[in-house]
Design a protein around this ligand. Structure first.
Ligand code: HEC
Length: 121
């Protein structure tokens, strides 16, 4: 009897830990993509538009469905229009690899932000 109780308690602790770690994993993905966005901005400022391509490729993986939070400016429209959203990253990546300048790339940044980012501050 005591042993069963212990097992039940251990299971619920394990479940609670699982829930906590999945929440923090989502927090990590948001922080990671915000950093990658900043890195793209820094690459453009540094006059290295070619450095944007690998970041754009990586960013496509950093928007798991529903990953938004009070700290995030990502809107739900992203997951409603996922194909269109990803197509802008694809264009950004292709343009960057093709040697496009910062102005051209900046057009894709703006296009996506206007539609899929809700600026909070
Ligand atoms: C396909 C969509 C898309 C493209 C393309 C895009 N962004 Fe973003 N960007 C977002 C979204 C969505 C957010 C909000 C992310 C969040 O807060 O979770 C964001 C946030 C940012 C931020 C704020 C990061 C922070 O610290 O909160 C910066 C800076 C930024 N983007 C720069 C850029 C630059 C520079 C480019 C172009 C080289 C670019 N972005 C291209 C969608 C995009």
């Amino acid at each position: 009897m005591k042993f069963k109780l212990f097992l039940a308690a251990a299971t619920s602790v394990a479940l609670a830990m699982g829930a906590v770690s999945s929440v923090s994993a989502q927090g990590d993905v948001i922080a990671e993509r915000q950093q990658a966005m900043k890195d793209m901005g820094a690459a453009l400022k540094a006059g290295k538009p070619g450095d944007v391509a690998p970041l754009a490729a990586k960013l496509k993986m950093l928007f798991p469905e529903g990953s938004t939070s009070a700290d995030s400016e990502a809107t739900d429209l992203i997951w409603q229009e996922w194909d269109e959203f990803v197509a802008i990253f694809d264009k950004l990546e292709a343009d960057s690899m093709a040697g496009a300048d910062a102005r051209t790339l900046g057009g894709s940044c703006k296009e996506c932000h206007d539609k899929y980012r809700e600026q909070k501050g």
